[in-house]
Design a protein around this ligand. Structure first.
Ligand code: PLP
Length: 395
C-alpha cells in the first residue's frame, strides 16, 4: 500500500518509471516511452538535461537559498535574461515557486495597483490551483465565454457588440489572458477579440496580465504566446518550462508596474522568493532555449507534427479535429475513444496526454523533440486509429 496521497484527479498508470533522458522515460524493465507531454508540460529541454543538471549542481555548491535581506548575482542575471527575452526595457521580475503562485501574485499586484474589484478572463482558462485565480469567484471574476466569437467575421470588434455588452469594463482591474492552452483544450481565442479586450481594459485604467505558464518560452513556436496577439502586457506570469522540472516560476512586469507596486508599499514575502538555485536553473533554461534555437525548432517541428496529425485525420473518420501552434497540439476524437487510443499508444511506447471527458489527445512534448520521433509517432497513431476503425466497422 502506498503512503503517498494522490489528489491530482488523474489515475496512476505506471508505477515503475526509473529514469528520464531527453524526450524519453524508461521503466524498470528498461522499456522506453516517448514523453509527448513533457511531464506536466514542464520539461521544455527534455529529461535530465546535462546543462541543467550541471547548473543545479554548481549553484548548489555555492548557495541555494538565502534570506530576504541578502541576494546573489545569479538572481540579477536571471532577471535580466528573462526581461530581455520578453523585450520589456526597464522591466523587473521576481522568481517564485509555481505557476499558480506566479498568476496569483500577478492578480494581487493588479488589484493593488488599480483598486478595482473585478478581473476579466476567458471562461475556459485554467489559471491556478488555488487562491482567487484558482477559484474565480463570481464576485471577483468575469469569465467571458468566447465561443460565440470564434466564427465572427465582422471587422469591427468593439465593446458595444451585443456579445461584449454585459462586461462591466469600468470595474475591471485587469484582463488576465492565457494565450491558447485553454485548460489543455488547445483552443486559440480570436486575435481581434483579445486586442479589443486589452485596448478597452487599458483605456479604462486597467492592466493586461498574460499567463504564459504553459505557452511561454517557445511552446507555441514564438518566445511567448502573447506575440500571436500583438499585445504588450503589463505583467507576465511564467512557470513550468522555466524550471525544466525544477519548481521555479516568475512574474515579469513593466518598470511602471514595478514602480507602482513599490509606491503602494506592496508586500509579498514567501520563503523561496528569488532563491539563487531557482534563478540559476531559470537563467540556464533561457540560455539553452536561445543558444539551441529551440523557439525556431518548436515552430518547425511543430508544423511537421501538425501536418502529420492532419494526415492521420484525413485518413480516419474517428478524428473530429486537429489543431496546434508550435509544439502545443491536440487531436479531437469521436466521443469515448480517448482512453482506448491512449492505452494503445502506451503499449507502443508513447505517452500522450488525454482527459476522458474532453475526447482529446494532446501533445506538449519537449522542445528538443526530434523529427524522426514525430514521424514514428504519427505512423503509430495512424496504425492505432486504423485498427480501432476496422474493429468498430466489424463489430
Ligand atoms: C495556463 C496555466 N496557468 C497556470 C497553471 C498553474 O501552474 P502550476 O500547476 O505550476 O501551479 C497552469 C497549470 O497547468 C496552466 O496551464
Amino acid at each position: 500500500m502506498s503512503s503517498v496521497l494522490r489528489c491530482s484527479g488523474y489515475n496512476l498508470v505506471k508505477t515503475d518509471m526509473v529514469r528520464g533522458e531527453g524526450c524519453y522515460l524508461f521503466d524498470s524493465a528498461g522499456r522506453r516511452y516517448l514523453d509527448l507531454e513533457a511531464g506536466v508540460w514542464c520539461m521544455a529541454l527534455g529529461h535530465s538535461h546535462p546543462r541543467i543538471n550541471r547548473a543545479i549542481y554548481a549553484q548548489g555548491q555555492r548557495v541555494s537559498h538565502i534570506g530576504f535581506r541578502y541576494t546573489a548575482q545569479v538572481v540579477e542575471t536571471a532577471a535580466e535574461a528573462l526581461i530581455d527575452s520578453l523585450k520589456i526595457p526597464g522591466g523587473k521580475s521576481l522568481f517564485l515557486s509555481s505557476g499558480s503562485e506566479a498568476v496569483e501574485f500577478s492578480v494581487q499586484a493588479a488589484r493593488r495597483i488599480t483598486s478595482r474589484p473585478l478581473l476579466l478572463t476567458l471562461s475556459n482558462t485554467h489559471l491556478a490551483a488555488y487562491g482567487s485565480a484558482g477559484q474565480k469567484d463570481g464576485e471577483e471574476w468575469f469569465c467571458f465565454d468566447w465561443h460565440a466569437c470564434a466564427g465572427c467575421t465582422r471587422a469591427d470588434c468593439h465593446p458595444g457588440c451585443i456579445l461584449l455588452a454585459p462586461i462591466p469594463f469600468d470595474r475591471v482591474g485587469a484582463f488576465v489572458f492565457e494565450p491558447g492552452s485553454s485548460s489543455g483544450l488547445v483552443r486559440f481565442p480570436p486575435r481581434m477579440l483579445i486586442e479589443t479586450f486589452a485596448r478597452t481594459v487599458r483605456g479604462q485604467g486597467g492592466l493586461v496580465v498574460v499567463d504564459e505558464v504553459t505557452t511561454g518560452l517557445g511552446r507555441t513556436g514564438a518566445w511567448y504566446g502573447f506575440e500571436h496577439y500583438g499585445l504588450e502586457p503589463d505583467l507576465v506570469a511564467l512557470g513550468k518550462g522555466l524550471g525544466n522540472g525544477y519548481p521555479v516560476s516568475a512574474v515579469a512586469m513593466t518598470g511602471g508596474v514595478a514602480q507602482s507596486l513599490t509606491g503602494e508599499g506592496f508586500r509579498y514575502a514567501q520563503s523561496h522568493q528569488n532563491d539563487p538555485l531557482g534563478c540559476a536553473v531559470a537563467k540556464e533554461v533561457i540560455a539553452a532555449i536561445q543558444e539551441e534555437g529551440l523557439v525556431e525548432r518548436s515552430r518547425r517541428v511543430g508544423a511537421r507534427f501538425l501536418r502529420g496529425l492532419e494526415a492521420v485525420g484525413e485518413g480516419c473518420g474517428l478524428v473530429r479535429d486537429v489543431r496546434g501552434r508550435g509544439l502545443m497540439l491536440a487531436v479531437e476524437l469521436a466521443p469515448g475513444l480517448a482512453c482506448e487510443v491512449y492505452r494503445a499508444l502506451l503499449d507502443r511506447g508513447f505517452l500522450a496526454g488525454y482527459k476522458p471527458e474532453t475526447n482529446l489527445l494532446r501533445f506538449y512534448p519537449p522542445l528538443t523533440l526530434e523529427e524522426n520521433d514525430v514521424d514514428r509517432f504519427v505512423e503509430n497513431l495512424a496504425q492505432v486509429m486504423g485498427i480501432i476503425e476496422t474493429e468498430k466497422r466489424d463489430r
